[in-house]
Design a protein around this ligand. Structure first.
Ligand code: CA2
Length: 150
């Protein structure tokens, strides 16, 4: 396991970012988000793995691999936040810090978005900060990892 390796994981439909509903999610695409994450990660001395899937089993498979390989996880589980005990359990099996990100403020939206299973196992949650939330999450992870390294 590398002390500086971080996984940024994105759930279903986030591949459509910037292409629909800009009033909620903004105009940046997921490629733009990845580029910004890579820029920030380099500044922070982190090595980045950036992934997106629409399939729950694929996200879970990546989390299982991450258990042994990464020092921290940033996850936007998208709609699975509100439905998936399986993703919560996979995250609970990861020994590293986890920061949950939502681009929109889920608490200002429909009631079904107010609860996230993932928040139960996250070290921190960032929501409503737009796509900037990903960079904020990387800053937080870097601080947590620095504290943990003697
Ligand atoms: O605000 C967030 O980041 C969410 O995780 C986004 C999810 C939503 O289900 C969560 O409640 C909050 C939706 C991701 C889908 O993103 C789209 C982007 C553009 C067009 C259509 C969907």
């Amino acid at each position: 396991m590398s002390a500086h390796r971080v996984l940024v994981l994105n759930g279903p439909n986030l591949n459509l970012l910037g292409k629909r509903q800009p009033e909620i999610y903004g105009t940046e695409t997921l490629d733009d988000v990845e580029a910004e994450c890579r820029r920030v990660a380099e500044e922070l001395g982190l090595t980045l793995e950036f992934r997106q899937s629409n399939a729950e089993h694929e996200l879970i498979g990546w989390l299982h691999s991450a258990r042994e390989t990464v020092a921290g996880i940033v996850i936007n589980p998208a709609a699975f936040s509100h439905t998936s005990v399986a993703i919560m359990d996979a995250l609970a099996a990861c020994p590293c810090p986890i920061i949950e990100v939502h681009i929109s403020n889920i608490h200002r939206r429909e009631a079904f978005r107010h609860h996230s299973y993932v928040s139960q196992v996250a070290s921190g949650v960032i929501c409503g900060c737009g796509t900037q939330g990903y960079a904020l999450a990387l800053f937080r992870l870097a601080a947590l990892l620095e504290k943990a390294t003697p």
